[in-house]
Write a protein that binds this ligand. Sequence first.
Ligand SMILES: [Ca+2]
Ligand SMILES: [Zn+2]
Length: 232
Amino acid sequence: MRRPLTAIALAVATATVLTTSQAGAAGVRTEGEGWKAAEIVGITSVSPVRTYTVTFRTEAIRERYAPYLGTAVRQLAAVGLRLRIGGVEPGDPRRCGPAYHIQFTEMYRPTGTPGWSQGAPCPHQPRGLGRGGLVAIDSEYFDGTYHIEPHVLANTVTHELLHALGLDHPNRDLDGDGTAAAYECVTTSAGVRPLMCSPNGGYRAAEAGRLTPFDLAGVEALLANARTRGIG
Ligand SMILES: [Ca+2]
Ligand SMILES: [Zn+2]
């Protein structure tokens, strides 16, 4: 789930120009099997040397969401992305925070759609290098007005984190009907969709919240793009 933040969406009109120049950069990959970079908002890499820090708007939000992120942190470290869980940091959920911070907050229907959460990278960074972003989880999951299965919640929290890092939805028109529909994503032989599939994907039950091999390949590609372009 599911879309760029509103302010970020407004910037999409200018993204086309950036996309053209970035696609021309030798060796930069912006999509692959089950993953896609957030190229529409100008992000094609993540830093292989800087440390990204997840912060939370309040202590209650930290206590609620930090436990969901431990597995992702370990998986990301294993492929060379430095991400740490930080503390409480006040902020405006409509503006990007300090460099290399990913700010978590909770909002009522951040996209306007019941049950949808939102995550986005700070758009249009120099040379396409992601410098963190914003995540707003829908407060309806916790106020009793929107039922969300525990595994979907776990997957949603990680999904939004990966949006903020710079991954987009990898949905594709696999059946050739002209539309990349909801849930229309490649799957593993076991039937697992990418965590980044829209509106959600990933594992069920105990492995919920884990990145799938598709998502990890996407993060590795974003890291490789930074190295290819000599940026960090
Ligand atoms: Ca289709
Ligand atoms: Zn999404």
